[in-house]
Design a protein around this ligand. Structure first.
Ligand code: ZN
Ligand code: ZN
Length: 218
């Protein structure tokens, strides 16, 4: 599936995009040489031609590996990975038009885990009440994997933004909420609210930390 937008800036120029020669455009395509050069440090770990139907996801290491910035790791998944059949839809991501599937090696795979996974539990919270379901609360999820439901590249930057969005929503949530249709949320999570959050987050990271890696977020 050819990329439709520049992996760095998100533009789709009328002249088309130049595929990255390292991955044959599987995970990188650019509107300009400048964008490609600026994006190389971020792109390098996923610059690899994909075999049939492989999908780049994110492995979320358990809490022993905190902080979350080191818990997120790229992982290349074969189409036979159980995440595609047993993975659970992360409810808020679906509501926000960026549906992600999450799979716990312990909860779904039956591998014993002794560690919690805070980012994973946040991603699994229900839109209606802000709590993870019982099987996530009473079992240690251990290491988890996440993919985009549409099987497109899930970048570390995107998972960072989505996780931070969940964290932000939970910070702003009303603990004594009266169900009026928004659940516990001060504003209803939506594609628009995620997009606004992503734009602000990116701007802030660039200004504060000088992080140039932030690429286009759908
Ligand atoms: Zn560009
Ligand atoms: Zn590449």
């Amino acid at each position: 599936m050819p990329l439709e937008r520049c992996s760095k800036c998100g533009n789709s120029p009328s002249g088309g995009l130049q595929n990255c020669s390292g991955c044959h455009g599987a995970t990188g395509a650019y509107c300009s040489r400048e964008c490609q050069v600026a994006h190389w440090k971020v792109h390098k770990p996923v610059c690899r031609p994909l075999e049939d139907n492989q999908v780049w996801g994110i492995k979320i290491l358990d809490n022993r590996y905190q902080p979350w910035s080191t818990q997120f790791q790229h992982v290349l998944l074969d189409p036979s990975h159980p995440i595609f059949t047993q993975g659970e839809l992360c409810p808020l991501t679906e509501q926000c038009g960026f549906p992600l599937l999450i799979y716990s090696d312990a909860i779904h795979g039956g591998l014993k885990a002794y560690e919690d996974n805070q980012p994973a539990v946040y991603l699994r919270i229900e839109a209606a009440d802000g709590f993870a379901p019982a099987h996530w609360q009473f079992n240690m999820p251990g290491t988890c994997s996440v993919v985009r439901q549409d099987r497109k590249l899930l970048t570390k930057e995107a998972i960072e933004i989505v996780y931070s969005y969940h964290s932000h929503l939970l910070d702003m949530a009303d603990p004594d909420f009266i169900p009026l249709g928004n659940g516990p949320w001060s504003r209803r999570p939506s594609p628009r609210s995620l997009k606004t959050f992503a734009d602000d987050y990116r701007k802030e990271e660039i200004q504060r930390e000088g992080r140039q890696g932030f690429d286009y977020f759908p």
